[in-house]
Design a protein around this ligand. Structure first.
Ligand SMILES: O=C[C@H](O)COP(=O)(O)O
Length: 362
């Protein structure tokens, strides 16, 4: 099954074969993926996947060992969180990785404006000053809104003299159940309104029924519609039915040109869980091993506490390494996480717990 054009010679010269059981950082913890070999045949130009010819049939042969995934997730959760003297630094790091989100039916220009101000100054100035971080430009990674609120966000950030990116969800978020042309048009409008990051949702029907080539083709079209904007592909893992499907969908999304793969919309019954994250980051690692191309990861949905944010940082550090702990490769999608992180920083800095009115913008 040929997807994109490249000659046989070009492909064969650059062919990569990789066992999915490879686990270089943690040799004792393979997840037991049972594909014989992963024939992802990529034409790689100066470290970037410029074009690829792939046989997607192998996708249907990949299996994920559920028990191994659960065991690995438990191991990550048992890791000690950073000691107290380092916690403020880790929490601030988490702040810089947040896509500060509002995705509600009652969003207005004023609550989007408030969100943008919070993104630009996510932690109270006096608290930052006490830890000598007031002049380090601490902001969240981006703001994330519905397509119809993109112009509000762009305007507010411009007024605040900020170059923070505006991310827009698109393609019929959250369900993705609108005609393809409508979904494509939504992406184009969000980009022309000023969104530089687009969080698309996949067509779950295609993933659940194993139509991987059709899913690949749709995502390629979204990629094209995004133009220069970064594309984060939301798998809606809570609706994919199995870890195996999550792995398969992750791989197809990356092959189709996603800059990030993202767990959830925040609207499914099950959103970002650690086991599902293990499956996705192993797919990212396998993809990197086979192509040399780094794809980012964004857990989203239900991430509410500072402590959880530290577990997420630990998971990325353990599974993908420090390289991934930057806004270009890791985001936390969350609407209410920042409030708890700011409270914890307040506690660390003052030794007291903040009253609600102490952190009004949270
Ligand atoms: O993409 C981000 C999610 O929609 C946020 O979900 P949340 O409201 O559960 O934090």
């Amino acid at each position: 099954m040929r997807i994109l054009g490249a000659t046989d010679d070009e492909v064969d010269k650059r062919q990569r074969s990789l066992s999915l059981n490879m686990s270089p950082r943690n040799p004792g913890t393979t997840l037991g993926f049972h594909a014989e070999t992963l024939n992802v045949r990529c034409k790689v130009t100066t470290g970037e996947v410029s074009e690829a010819v792939r046989d997607l049939e192998w996708i249907s042969k990949v299996r994920v060992n559920t028990q191994a995934v659960l065991k690995r997730a438990q191991f990550i959760q048992r890791q000690k969180i950073p000691k107290k003297q380092w916690q403020a630094a880790w929490l601030l790091k988490a702040v810089t990785l947040i896509d500060l989100t509002t995705l509600a039916g009652d969003d207005t220009s004023s609550n989007v404006h408030r969100l943008c101000l919070k993104a630009v100054q996510p932690v109270r100035y006096d608290l930052l000053k006490k830890i000598d971080m007031h002049d380090k430009g601490v902001t969240t990674a981006a703001v994330c809104v519905y397509p119809s609120r993109v112009t509000d966000a762009v305007r507010s950030l411009k007024a605040a003299n900020s170059s923070l990116p505006v991310a827009s969800v698109a393609t019929g978020f959250p369900a993705g159940q609108t005609p393809l042309e409508t979904r494509l048009q939504e992406v184009r409008i969000a980009v022309s309104d000023g969104a530089t990051e687009i969080d698309i949702v996949i067509n779950r029907m295609l993933a659940i029924t194993g139509q991987w080539e059709a899913m690949y083709n749709e995502i390629r079209q979204f990629r094209e519609a995004c133009g220069p904007a970064h594309m984060k592909t939301i798998l809606a893992v809570g609706e994919l039915g199995s870890f195996t499907n999550v792995y398969r969908a992750s791989m197809v999304a990356m092959m189709a040109g996603s800059d990030f793969i993202k767990t959830s919309t925040g609207k499914e019954a099950v959103n970002a869980t650690y086991p599902v994250a293990i499956v996705m980051v192993r797919a990212i690692r396998d993809y990197f091993m086979s192509t040399g191309h780094k794809v980012g990861f964004k857990p989203a949905g239900g991430i509410r506490t500072a402590e959880e944010s530290l577990v997420w940082l630990t998971l990325i550090k353990e599974e993908l390494g420090d390289d991934w702990l930057c806004p270009g490769l890791f985001r936390l999608g969350a609407s209410s996480l920042l409030a708890d992180i700011e409270r914890q920083i307040y506690h660390q800095v003052t030794g007291q717990y903040a009253a609600y009115h102490d952190l009004p913008m949270a």
